[in-house]
Design a protein around this ligand. Structure first.
Ligand code: ATP
Ligand code: MG
Length: 616
C-alpha cells in the first residue's frame, strides 16, 4: 500500500472544498474577451466580403456562414489521442464561442498523411462530445432551423489549397525550389545571419506553374522540390524567409487516398482552413506567435486576389497549459503506448482525455480546472494538485459515498452470537451523500465477522491513536460501538484477526447511540455482504516534476499503480460504470472500471485521494 493508508478514524474525512468554490463568480475577463468584444462592437466581421474577382471562391461563398457571428475552431491533428492541454484549448474555444452567441468548429487538421488515422479521428470526436461540446448547431442562414454539423476536415480543402498555390505562383509570390534540403537549410541563415536567395528564386511564373504541375503529377521524386513563398530571405523573422508551402510526399491519406502526392505544409494550410470556414478569431498557443506575420501575409494576398473574404481571420496566442507531473505531447504519449509502458491510450494514468475519463475525471472537473488555470500571455506550470482540487470540489457535492476496506483483516465480535443471536445480521444504513439528504440512504448489514483496515489495529496504543487496541472502544461507523479485546498474529507476526466485544444498545441512530463517547470511528464492511473488489491505486505517471525535458522513461514513476484485493460495500454492485464514481469514506474518489475481469465482482480505479497527501 502506498499513500492510500486511511486517515485517523476519529477525524472526519477532509472533503471540505479548497479555496475556490464550484460556483465561483464568473472567471475574470481575459485579453481574448476584450478582442472579441471589440470586434463585435465594431462589426468587424459583419462587413466581411470578397474583393477582386471571386474566381473559384464561389462555392465557398455559397456556404457563407452568418457573418455577424463569432466563429472559433478547435483544430487537432488526428495523430494521437487528445490530452489535458487540448482540454484547455477545447474549453477556451467552445466556451468563448458560446459566451458570445457564436459557434465553434471541430476541425481535423489532417494535412500530414503519414501519421494520421481514423482511430484518432474517432477518439477526438468522442473526447469533444464527452466534454459536452456540441458540434451540431442550427446555423444555416439559407435554411433556418436546419442543423449544420460544424465538423470539418482540412483535407477537404486540398483542391482549394492547390488553386491558392497556383494563384501565388501566377502573381510571382511563390516558386518551385530545387535546392537540396541541405542547401536550403544552409541558405536560410540564422538569427544573426540573413538568408541567401535560392538560384531558383528568379524563375518566371510560367516556369514555376509548369514545374509545380509536374510535382503534382508525380514527375518528381519525394523531396526533389518544394514550393516556397517568395517573401524576403533577409527578414529578421526566419518564418518569413520564403517558407515552404508544398512538399512532395507519396503517402496514402486517410481521406483523399492516393489522389495527391504533394501535400500542403501546416503553415500554409492552417490560415487557409481558417479563412474558408470564416473563422473570426483563431486562437493558438504562444509557439505560433512568430508564424503570425506569415498567417497575415498569406491571407492578405489571397484576399487581394478575391480567393477569400476580407477581413480575414486573425490569430491570437495564449500560453499553453503545462501541468506538473504531466506530459502534454501526443508524440511522447504515443511513445509510452507503443513501448508498452502503459496499458493503451486510455490507461487511467495517462493524461489523455480517454485516460482521465477512465480514471474518474468528469467533464465538470476538467472545465473547472481549465477555468481556474486562467488564460494569459505568459506561460508557467500549474501544480498537479490543482487538477485534483478541481476534481474534489466538483465530486464532493455529488459523489455517492460507500465504505471500502482496502487492506482487509478480519474482526470477530466474539459476543455477537450470544447478544444478537447466531447468524443474525443487523441492518444498518448511511446517507448516500451527506450534502444531499434527498439522495436517500444506502443499506448494508453488520454481523459477527467484519472486514476492517489492517492499520486500524495496534497491539500497543501509539500516541494520538484512537482506533483499535486492547481495551479501547470505537464505533463501527453507522453501526455499533465495540470494545477491542486483542488480536491474533501468525507465526510470521502478521496480524490475522482482531477480536472485540459488542457494547449493547449503542447502534447509530438509536437513543442509546450517544450514551458512550468514543474517539475512534472506523470504516468496515461485513463479511456476510461485502463484495470482493480489485482496487487500483493510481499515482502520478511521472515522478519528475516537469517531465518531457529528459529521457522520458527515466522520468516515469515506478509506483504509479498499486493493486489491492479489497472488500467494498454491497451498494457498489448496482453502481454504474464510469461517470462521477463514488467516494470511499476515508479513502478518496473512485470509479468503477469498465474492464472488469470475469472472476471479480468489482474493479475500481482510484481517481484521487480525499486530500492532497503531499501537501503535508
Ligand atoms: P501535441 O504536441 O501534443 O501534438 P499539438 O499542439 O501539436 O500538440 P494539435 O493537434 O495541433 O496538437 O493541437 C490542437 C490544438 O490544441 C492547437 O490549437 C493547440 O494549440 C492546442 N493545444 C495543444 N496542446 C496544448 C496545451 N498544452 N495547452 C493549450 N492548448 C494546447
Ligand atoms: Mg501539432
Amino acid at each position: 500500500m502506498t499513500s492510500s493508508t486511511p486517515q485517523h478514524g476519529g477525524k472526519k474525512p477532509s472533503s471540505a472544498p479548497s479555496k475556490a468554490p464550484v460556483n465561483a463568480p464568473p472567471a475574470p475577463s481575459n485579453f481574448l474577451r476584450h478582442v472579441i468584444e471589440n470586434d463585435l462592437e465594431n462589426g468587424t466581421y459583419a462587413q466581411r466580403q470578397w474583393g477582386g474577382s471571386p474566381g473559384d471562391a464561389a462555392h465557398h461563398k455559397a456556404g457563407m456562414h452568418d457573418p455577424a457571428k463569432v466563429r472559433m475552431r478547435f483544430p487537432p491533428e488526428p495523430n494521437g489521442y487528445l490530452h489535458l492541454g487540448h482540454a484547455k484549448s477545447i474549453w477556451l474555444n467552445f466556451e468563448l464561442a458560446k459566451e458570445y452567441g457564436g459557434v465553434c468548429h471541430l476541425r481535423f487538421d489532417d494535412t500530414n498523411p503519414e501519421k494520421e488515422e481514423q482511430e484518432y479521428v474517432d477518439s477526438i470526436r468522442d473526447a469533444v462530445q464527452w466534454l459536452g461540446y456540441e458540434t451540431y448547431l442550427a446555423d444555416r442562414p439559407s435554411a433556418p432551423g436546419t442543423m449544420q454539423p460544424h465538423e470539418y476536415f482540412a483535407s477537404n480543402y486540398f483542391d482549394f489549397m492547390y488553386r491558392a498555390a497556383e494563384y501565388l505562383i501566377e502573381t510571382g509570390l511563390a516558386y518551385v525550389d530545387e535546392q537540396t534540403p541541405e542547401e536550403m537549410r544552409a541558405n536560410r541563415g540564422d538569427f544573426g545571419k540573413p538568408g541567401i536567395d535560392s538560384p531558383f528564386r528568379a524563375r518566371t511564373p510560367a516556369e514555376n506553374i509548369a514545374r509545380f504541375r509536374e510535382m503534382r503529377d508525380g514527375k518528381l521524386d519525394d523531396g526533389a522540390a518544394i514550393l516556397r513563398a517568395k517573401i524576403d530571405m533577409a527578414s529578421p523573422n526566419i518564418n518569413m524567409r520564403d517558407p515552404a508551402l508544398y512538399r512532395i510526399r507519396r503517402a496514402t491519406h486517410h481521406n483523399t487516398g492516393d489522389k495527391w502526392c504533394i501535400y500542403p505544409m501546416y503553415t500554409f494550410a492552417h490560415p487557409i482552413e481558417d479563412a474558408l470556414e470564416q473563422i473570426t478569431h483563431s486562437i493558438c498557443t504562444l509557439e505560433f506567435e512568430d508564424q503570425r506575420p506569415f498567417y497575415d501575409w498569406l491571407l492578405d494576398r489571397l484576399a487581394e486576389g478575391g480567393l477569400i473574404a476580407s477581413p480575414h481571420p486573425r490569430q491570437y496566442e495564449f500560453a499553453r497549459l503545462n501541468v506538473t507531473h504531466v506530459v502534454t505531447s501526443k508524440r511522447k504519449l504515443r511513445e509510452l503506448v507503443e513501448g508498452g509502458h502503459v496499458d493503451g491510450w486510455d490507461d487511467p494514468r495517462m493524461p489523455t482525455l480517454a485516460g482521465l475519463r477512465r480514471r474518474g475525471y468528469t467533464p465538470d472537473a476538467l472545465k473547472l480546472f481549465c477555468e481556474r488555470s486562467g488564460v494569459t500571455k505568459s506561460g508557467g506550470w500549474i501544480d498537479y494538485a490543482s487538477l485534483e482540487a478541481a476534481l474534489r470540489d466538483t465530486l464532493d457535492p455529488i459523489a455517492p459515498r460507500a465504505m471500502a476496506v482496502l487492506d482487509p483483516v478480519k474482526l470477530v465480535i466474539t459476543n455477537w452470537d450470544a447478544l444478537m443471536g447466531e447468524g443474525f445480521l443487523d441492518e444498518c444504513s448511511a446517507p448516500i451523500n451527506p450534502h444531499d439528504p434527498e439522495a436517500g440512504r444506502r443499506h448494508f448489514k453488520l454481523g459477527r465477522d467484519v472486514w476492517i483496515e489492517r492499520n486500524d489495529y495496534e497491539e500497543v496504543q501509539p500516541k494520538g491513536f484512537f482506533r483499535l487496541f486492547p481495551g479501547n472502544k470505537v464505533r463501527l461507523k453507522y453501526g455499533h460501538v465495540i470494545e477491542c479485546t486483542g488480536g491474533t498474529k501468525d507465526a510470521n507476526g502478521k496480524l490475522v484477526e482482531v477480536q472485540a466485544l459488542l457494547v449493547p444498545d449503542t447502534k447509530s441512530g438509536t437513543p442509546g447511540a450517544d450514551a458512550i463517547k468514543v474517539k475512534g470511528n472506523i470504516t468496515w464492511v461485513a463479511v456476510a455482504d461485502a463484495l470482493q473488489a480489485e482496487v487500483r491505486l493510481y499515482e502520478r505517471l511521472f515522478a519528475a516534476e516537469k517531465p518531457g525535458s529528459g529521457e522520458l522513461l527515466d522520468e516515469l514513476n515506478k509506483e504509479s499503480l498499486v493493486t489491492c484485493a479489497a472488500f467494498v460495500e454491497p451498494s457498489l454492485a448496482g453502481a454504474a460504470l464510469g461517470g462521477a464514481g463514488f467516494q470511499f469514506e476515508r479513502h478518496g474518489y473512485f470509479v468503477k472500471d469498465r474492464s472488469k475481469p470475469q472472476s471479480l465482482s468489482v474493479l475500481v480505479n482510484r481517481t484521487a485521494t480525499l486530500k492532497d497527501l503531499r501537501a503535508k
